[in-house]
Ligand binder design. Structure first.
Ligand SMILES: *Cc1c(COP(=O)(O)O)cnc(C)c1O
Length: 367
């Protein structure tokens, strides 16, 4: 039996999550965990809810549920709590994460139709409007399909949903704080985010921001589950509590991180920072043997197709020989598409280190 060795935590991390956290946030993770059935913790949680609503540009009556679990836990909570077999869902599937919504709809036996988007391509108006006027009750989309880097056109999707009076669920897990987002402007009913992407905290918390319409939908359903029961989360949340022991340290990190973002100029400023890192990286790989993958890219990551070698081999060489993590892909994209994240505590000089490593690999004949 192999025994575990210490994992090197000091590699430069360009993955899409978990990402590098700032020293301030890491230090919170190193502290003792305080008892949480207290007024002090409730105050922190009510502040978390208020700040999350501010960052998501949510309506005044919106609510936020903090789920201890990764992003998929919140995706599952949304599908199981918001929908019943009386609903008809339209699911945008352009890769791994779109497929996850489809799997959930199947497990919970919610009638659904999938709009298949070819990997790496955008959703077109023609594809979407083929479902116009067909009495779907909800549309589910991953604003940024993280497996391919495609950023969907949310203005177009929001117009379609308004026109058809459709409940709009947005998994914004990998686009939140990277690409502009507004619950109010787009009439989003449910928005999902998670701690380990651009929020750059440790993994383990995901957040569901609910419009008042979504809250009503949930309170009128009788969901058959305990841990992901959003009615329980909502009623406990009224006093700043959670039904079960939450990942307290991460909720404290989240509080500090959101305050850091606001103190540094707010959400648009943070988006600009991520966008600047992405455009710096993209401008400096133009003479490397890569082609860019999707038609419409999120600032969160750059997806590249190496012209000459397997994408996965670049991931392995960077990890083992240069102490850099980039993000490989799974399934049919594993050898084709490599992803470089621009989220977390990264700088232009970190980009330089990655570019230099890639240029060195090119000289060695490994690109
Ligand atoms: C990362 C991610 C998720 C959640 O994945 P977990 O591993 O469960 O945190 C969901 N949707 C998208 C678009 C993501 O990028």
């Amino acid at each position: 039996m192999p025994t575990s060795k210490d994992i090197d935590v000091n590699k430069l991390n360009f993955t899409i999550g978990p990402v590098q956290s700032s020293e301030h946030i890491r230090n919170i993770g190193a502290e003792q965990v305080p008892y949480f059935r207290t007024q002090e913790f409730s105050t922190l949680m009510l502040e978390n809810e208020r700040l999350m609503k501010q960052l998501a540009d949510a309506e005044a009556n919106a609510r936020v549920c903090f789920i201890t679990g990764s992003g998929t836990a919140s995706m599952e909570a949304v599908v199981s709590n918001c929908f019943t077999p009386q609903d008809r869902l339209l699911i945008i599937n352009g890769g791994t994460f779109g497929h996850r919504f489809e799997e959930l709809a199947e497990i919970y036996e919610i009638p659904h139709t999938t709009v298949h988007v070819e990997m790496g391509h955008k959703l077109t108006k023609e594809q979407l409007y083929a479902f116009d006027g067909q009495s779907y009750s909800a549309l589910l989309v991953n604003m940024h399909e993280t497996s391919t880097g495609v950023l969907y056109d949310m203005d177009m999707i929001a117009d379609f949903c308004r026109k058809n009076s459709i409940f709009l669920v947005v998994d914004a897990i990998s686009s939140f704080l990277c690409d502009s987002f507004s619950m109010k402007r787009w009439g989003v009913s449910v928005m999902i985010a998670a701690s380990q992407k651009a929020l750059a905290c440790h993994p383990g918390i995901s957040m569901i921001t609910l419009s008042s319409e979504a809250v009503q939908r949930i309170t009128s359903h009788n969901v058959k589950c305990l841990y992901l029961n959003l009615n329980l989360a909502l009623s406990n949340g009224e006093r700043g509590q959670t039904p079960f022991t939450p990942a307290i340290s991460i909720l404290r990190q989240l509080n500090a991180r959101v305050k850091d973002i606001i103190a540094s100029g707010g959400v648009e400023k943070e988006i600009q920072r991520v966008a600047a890192l992405a455009s710096d990286f993209r401008s400096r790989i133009s003479d490397l043997p890569f082609s860019l993958f999707p038609e419409r890219m999120s600032n969160a990551l750059t997806a590249i197709c190496p012209n000459n070698v397997s994408a996965y081999s670049i991931f392995t060489t960077l990890k083992d020989e240069y102490d850099i993590w980039v993000c490989p892909n799974g399934g049919i994209l594993a050898d084709k598409v490599l992803r470089v994240g621009h989220i977390g505590d990264l700088s232009v000089s970190d980009n330089t280190r990655l570019i230099n490593a890639l240029k060195d690999m090119q000289q060695r004949g490994l690109l």
